[in-house]
Design a protein around this ligand. Structure first.
Ligand SMILES: [Zn+2]
Length: 387
């Protein structure tokens, strides 16, 4: 049946020799071409690879480098992150805009009251506040983000250090137009702003042409599903097994339902894990910590407790309370809470320009759930607990 289709293969020896010679020549040519043109093939099989690669790249959603969440387009992430200092005195609550950052730092100030640095990149916040003053550690924290640093003043030493640092500084004292006071609250808890107002004020003075690189690695959906499975399996283990009198029982993972951050009572924080969303719901001073406009409870996809060495800075506030200097440069212990599990970690930040890294006991970076990460800077004299 092939005879009609391939008449040239029929016939005597001379035809076979000619055919073999032609085949050899073709093979030689093909080899030459493949060798001289990388990625090019006579048969075209390689030609499909770039297409496949391009298709795979297209299929990968564009994500925010700071929080790992999908974004609509490049403009949402090709811009300068914004870091805003937000108060957490009882009079400052409920705050506005704490549901929109990619990363939030909580740090201790005078008299046991905490304050936030909220870092915004991929989402807009129409109302952010109350905006408060800067502290020395803020420079180290904001620097690797290349952030537009937004605050309302600070101690003379902090302001001098800020100026010397070269950070894009949008202090309200110099940039009054980027902020406004609201009537509903009293100073100093009434200064507000928005991401668009901050950008329109800061973009001209501090143009940004770089690419934002992020501090974290993120878990894939598959890795998250595996963690939830491990958690569910460990939770199901019988109480008898867990209270093994021989004390030999070792859980395969450390299941976490609640985290207690040891700030003083006015700012004491609890997070409760919600396995249906994979998020930690935030409570402050015994009540749900809500966002002012939406009245929705704030939640963290990841909670990192970073133990820092606290030293008196010599800066005293109006009530005579000493402002602690938080040692965020160097290294120390950390606890990473992700997907309802605890991962013991170490943190390290060797220079102002570097992000803090959080590595597990094997020295590998701890991967996080895509979403908002709350970093709790806790003095090493305290200890977060969980159950
Ligand atoms: Zn983001």
């Amino acid at each position: 049946m092939s005879s009609t289709k391939h008449p040239s293969r029929r016939g005597g020896k001379p035809g076979k020799v000619r055919a073999a010679a032609v085949l050899l020549a073709v093979a030689f040519l093909v080899t030459l071409i493949s060798l001289s043109v990388p990625g090019c093939s006579w048969f075209g099989s390689d030609e499909k690879k770039p297409e496949k690669k391009a298709a795979a790249e297209e299929a990968e959603p564009l994500t925010c480098p700071l929080c790992g969440l999908p974004v609509e387009g490049q403009p949402a992430i090709d811009r300068r992150p914004i870091a805003v200092k937000i108060g957490n005195d009882p009079e400052a609550r409920p705050q506005s805009g704490l549901d929109k950052p990619c990363v939030v730092f909580e740090e201790l100030t005078e008299g046991g009251i905490t304050r936030f640095m909220a870092v915004y990149l991929c989402r807009e916040a129409d109302l952010i506040g109350p905006v408060r003053s800067a502290r020395p550690a803020d420079i180290e924290i904001a620097f690797p983000y290349n952030a537009l640093f937004c605050h309302c003043g600070g101690g003379p030493d902090t302001l001098a250090a800020l100026q010397a640092s070269g950070l894009a500084d949008l202090d309200e004292m110099a940039w009054t137009g980027a902020y406004w006071r609201i009537r509903e609250r009293r100073a100093p808890h009434n200064l507000y702003t928005s991401t668009s107002r901050l950008r329109s004020a800061g973009d001209g003075a501090f143009p940004f042409h770089g690419e934002v690189t992020g501090p974290f690695e993120f878990l894939t959906d598959k890795e998250q599903a595996k963690m939830e499975k491990e958690r569910a399996r460990e939770t199901k283990k019988t109480a008898a097994e867990q209270s093994d009198p021989t004390g030999t029982y070792t859980p395969s993972v450390t299941v976490v339902n609640n985290i207690y951050i040891p700030y003083q009572s006015l700012c004491a924080v609890k997070y409760t894990y919600d396995a249906t969303t994979g998020r930690f719901l935030r409570f402050v001073s015994g009540a749900p910590h809500i966002e002012n406009t939406s009245a929705a409870q704030l939640a963290a996809d990841n909670v990192i407790v970073q133990y820092v060495t606290e030293t008196p800075s010599g800066v005293v506030d109006v009530r005579g309370a000493n402002s602690p200097d938080l040692g965020v440069l160097g290294s120390g212990r950390a606890q990473v809470f992700v997907r309802g599990q605890l991962i013991d970690a170490n943190w390290q930040k060797s220079s102002r320009a570097e992000y803090t890294t959080y590595t597990d006991n094997a020295g590998e970076p701890v991967k996080l759930k895509p979403g908002v990460t709350w970093i709790e800077l806790v003095p090493a004299s305290g200890q977060a607990t969980f159950d």
